[in-house]
Design a protein around this ligand. Structure first.
Ligand code: LLP
Length: 463
């Protein structure tokens, strides 16, 4: 389905379609619902609105570049995940995708838990009032100070990632006179079909403890023997931006097998398994993500089936979606600057941001969509590459896309599905000022993370 103020016409028959570029949508004014957040639409003049507010007004009030986050969409996705998994499972939002105090409050109100992976994320979560028992702490190299703070706060669970950490957390917990609830992160040996840098369940990488060579079973032995630890389960995260459920199914099967081995060896049935995050979202019209209810059903079916055959009580399942919740809820708004047509190649469209607000294209070869949003246009499509203003030729935001040929400096364009891993991975490269995040809901817009200023830069520069 698509939404447009402009009826689609048979206009763009013979555009640049050679090479691997897919043909443009029949009408560039049509917004593909898959990649835009739920309250995004075009008004009668063809300008994009979100939460009932036109982008021109947003640009005027908040400037560009800026991320606009559709709060009601974010909340709806939280509810969809928790309803899909139901009362016998737990959904932990992965804060690394994007975290701010407002987001923590929304999560709390919508009944989600939170996965943090650094002291900074933990501080944000606690400061915004997330109860410590609803927080899980991840990371392959948590510092002693971070573990101390987590234990002191009464954190719900720490996910142990190495043999050294098993001992470290046990000592700290004992020193505080508590038994810390922990899970052990295992690498299940699944090759997830995603970019190498965001795949995490093959054995040759830094996360987790391998299942294959008996290391995970040994880790369980040690954790069960230490007084400071209350081992509640096993954790597996196979990677990120994954569409194929097969990897999750193999992972679930192997984790359940480990639970059965633990029961046979120790006579204990661990009550929980965590299957991590990693579910893919649509960045372009080519992507077909699964709905939370399909994911929940696939995972719970496989766990139930495997537990029945191993004669195990079905453990409580938890999942940790980050991208799948926040990714589709935001777009980045840019103002078009220099436009440079390269004869026979493509047109380079420069925007007022770039790799400092979206590193994913440069880092993972990620694909994005883009649309002219300040107005509608009947002009022919032109093949463009949207680039930033940084001193680096790899500073690409959208590799290949079509925009109307009458695009001009001063137009506003928007890149959808930038809610996850864009602001959270933003940098000050070239002393760029990191853009604000503006939450939009029911006709109101408010800054939840303000724009960085040059004073902020100078304040850090104490020399
Ligand atoms: N749980 C654990 C243990 C994780 O390591 C991650 C992501 C998640 C959950 C959430 O995964 P998600 O549902 O968001 O895919 N910067 C990369 C993604 C790195 C993901 C790291 N871990 C990107 O921009 O694609």
């Amino acid at each position: 389905m698509s939404r447009s103020a402009h009826p689609a016409g048979p206009r763009h028959a013979d555009v640049l379609t050679e090479g691997h570029y897919s043909a443009p949508a029949a009408d560039l004014n049509v917004l593909d619902e898959k990649v835009w957040s739920r309250t995004v639409t075009r008004d009668a003049d063809g300008a994009l609105t979100v939460g009932g507010i036109a982008v021109a007004r947003l640009a005027e009030e908040f400037g560009t570049p800026a991320y606009f986050l559709d709060e009601s969409d974010f909340r709806a996705r939280c509810r969809a995940w928790s309803e899909a998994f139901g009362p016998d499972a737990d959904v932990f939002y992965a804060g690394k995708a994007f975290l701010s105090r407002a987001v923590v409050r929304w999560l709390k109100e919508e009944g989600l838990n939170l996965d943090v992976c650094s002291g900074g994320e933990l501080t944000t979560a606690l400061d915004a009032g997330m109860p410590a028992e609803r927080i899980a702490f991840h990371g392959n190299n948590k510092t002693v100070a971070e573990i101390e703070r987590a234990v002191e706060a009464g954190i719900g669970r720490i996910v142990l990632d190495s043999f050294q950490e098993i001992v470290r957390v046990a000592h700290i917990a004992q020193r505080h006179g508590v038994r810390q609830r922990v899970q052990i992160r295992v690498t299940v040996g699944v090759e997830a079909h995603t970019h190498e840098f965001i795949a995490t369940a093959h054995e040759d990488q830094k996360f987790g403890i391998a299942l294959a060579d008996g290391q995970a079973a040994e880790a369980v032995r040690r954790a069960l023997s230490l007084d400071g630890l209350d081992l509640i389960g096993v954790h597996s995260h196979i990677g990120s931006q994954i569409f194929d459920m097969a990897g999750f199914e193999v992972s679930a099967r192997r984790v359940v097998q480990l639970l059965a081995e633990i029961r046979d060896e120790h006579g204990v049935e661990l009550p929980e398994i965590d299957l991590g995050g990693g579910l893919g979202i649509a960045y372009t019209s080519e992507d077909d993500p699964r709905e939370p209810h399909e994911i929940a059903k696939a995972l719970s079916d496989i766990v139930t089936r495997e537990c029945e055959s191993a004669k195990l009580r079905t453990p409580r399942i938890s999942v940790e979606p980050g991208r799948a919740i926040v990714g589709p809820t935001a777009f980045t708004l840019y103002e078009v600057g220099t436009i440079k047509p390269l004869e026979g190649l493509r047109t380079y469209v420069s925007v007022d941001g770039g790799m400092s607000d979206n590193i994913r294209t440069a880092l993972y070869d990620a694909e994005y969509s883009v649309a002219l949003v300040s107005r509608a246009s009947d002009a022919e499509p032109m093949l463009v590459r949207v680039v930033g203003k940084h001193c680096e030729s790899g500073d690409i935001v959208v590799k290949d896309a079509f925009l109307p040929a009458d695009l001009a400096p001063g137009d506003l364009i928007a890149v959808p599905a930038t809610g996850a891993y864009c602001r959270s991975m933003a940098s000050n490269y070239n002393h760029a000022l990191r853009p604000p995040v503006v939450a939009v809901r029911d006709g109101e817009a408010r800054v939840i993370v303000r724009r960085e200023t040059e004073e902020d830069l100078l304040r850090l520069d104490v020399g």
